[in-house]
Design a protein around this ligand. Structure first.
Ligand code: GLU
Length: 441
């Protein structure tokens, strides 16, 4: 059996670090198992779903290196859901209810006041045909609830291990609204059956849904897939991320100049028994992927950790990985500066230091020293050894060593007291500019 995975975002906004983690886990599972990956837009809420968000999500996934094998929109499949609903009505599992939201709310409050669980009391099941007709004659439209079996639903969760949920404690879920539109539950199960989904990996906020959905899979005669519910992300402070998710959208992380593979490495390794480390491509993540490595504890997401990971990734990336995105410089430039970057955009800064205008800094006490250094500059062509040859000559003549030797040279050549190795920068700056920078004072 070839696994079929799916990622099912609602296109009512863009995806963020939390749901992209779900997408990445599904993608890794599909790639590792030789399976396929379905992107399913859960857009039954026609009012809030927008094509621009669906397009944005497709772009976000593409940037993350996820290439769906199949794309589906629930909004194009209403006829299939209608057929499933009819089947459930015929078997008595989907029944009409006429309570208004106010009536339900009053009932719920009464139950709570009596210390009863606020579970729907199935009053609508007791309506006679005449009572129903009377309600409809008043203009009331039915919404439709799925009649749960009130039993223990069990499954062997690939992350949480054995699960048991008693559906006696749950309200029969509304599957179809008064206006005939569908809530997420039924379309999701119908699609999982139709698309042959074998594994559903999603957040643990869906654990209770899973019990309901398993009853629904069975009621529709479908094969129940394997389930894996991963823990949710919290902020570094242990609180939920919901308020900050806007700035943690994949689009925003990309705009902030983070590397896709830093986001992917972070999302894939967070909350697992593996250390969080940068992976330059998917290979290592796929090889090491195993749902058993995921912890049930909430995974702490720390934006600073992601930024640190981004820098560590850049520090190890070969030139080929950035060549197309670097508008300037060559391999030697990249190898010289990559260790000093937080984001790729910082390369521009170092490019300016190498070949733009620099204001050399020469302390009064270093003037003669800099003059001597300028006199001892080796002739071109310059190589990676030039710095060593030059500074040894300067050391021999001036008697300076260590910081007293190197720092005045760095300040004069770059106008900064920190930066990439000067042995690598020197040939990039080139003799002409070096002569100029050393003679400014
Ligand atoms: N649209 C649902 C969500 O984003 C999908 C959940 C699922 O994977 O079934 O929560």
């Amino acid at each position: 059996m070839t696994p079929v995975l799916r990622f099912a975002p609602s296109p009512t906004g863009r995806i963020h670090i939390g749901n992209s983690r779900t997408a990445i886990l599904n993608w890794l599972f599909a790639r590792k198992s030789g399976g396929s990956f379905v992107l399913r837009y859960d857009d039954t809420d026609l009012e809030r779903s927008k094509q621009e968000f669906a397009d944005g999500i497709a772009q976000d996934l593409d940037w993350l290196g996820i290439a769906p094998d199949r794309v589906e929109y629930q909004s194009k499949r209403f006829a299939v859901y209608d057929a499933a609903a009819e089947k459930l009505k015929a078997s008595g599992r989907l029944y009409p209810c006429y309570e208004t939201a106010d009536e339900l709310e009053r009932r719920r409050k009464r139950q709570l006041a009596r210390h009863q669980p606020p579970v729907y009391d199935r009053a609508a099941l007791k309506l006679t045909v005449e009572e129903r007709q009377a309600l409809e004659a008043q203009g009331r439209k039915a919404h439709w609830r799925f009649k749960l079996e009130h039993r223990i639903v069990e499954w062997d969760d690939l992350i949480r291990k054995a699960q048991h949920i008693d559906t006696t404690n749950l309200s029969d879920p509304v599957l179809v609204r008064e206006d005939g539109t569908y809530l997420y539950t039924l379309p999701s199960v119908v699609d999982d059956i139709d698309f042959g989904i074998t594994h559903v990996i999603r957040g643990e906020d869906h654990v209770v849904n899973t019990a309901v959905q398993i009853e629904l899979f069975e009621a529709l005669g479908g094969k129940v897939p394997n389930f894996a519910h991963h823990s949710l992300l919290t902020g570094a402070d242990g609180q939920g991320l919901s308020k900050r998710l806007g700035s943690l959208s994949i689009a925003s992380l990309r705009e902030q100049g983070l590397e896709a593979m830093a986001v992917v490495s972070h999302a894939a390794l967070l909350g697992t028994s593996d250390s969080i480390h940068p992976c330059a491509d998917y290979r290592e993540l796929i090889d090491g992927f195993d749902l058993h490595k995921l912890s049930r504890a909430p995974a702490r997401f720390d934006e600073n950790e992601l930024r640190g990971l981004n820098a560590r990734l850049l520090h190890m990336l070969p030139y080929a990985a950035v060549k197309d995105r670097l508008a300037f410089g060559d391999e030697a430039f990249w190898l010289a500066v990559r260790g000093n970057l937080s984001t790729l955009a910082d390369a521009q800064y170092w490019h300016n230091i190498v070949s733009g205008m620099v204001t050399p800094i020469v302390a009064e006490a270093d003037r003669d020293f800099i003059k001597t250094a300028a006199r001892l500059l080796p002739e071109a062509p310059w190589t990676g050894d030039t710095w060593k040859a030059w500074t040894e000559a300067v050391k021999a003549e001036t008697g300076r060593k260590g910081k007293a030797l190197f720092m005045p040279l760095r300040l004069a050549l770059t106008g900064l007291d920190h930066g990439p190795e000067l042995a690598l920068l020197l040939p990039l700056i080139g003799r002409e500019r070096v002569v100029e920078r050393l003679s400014t004072n």
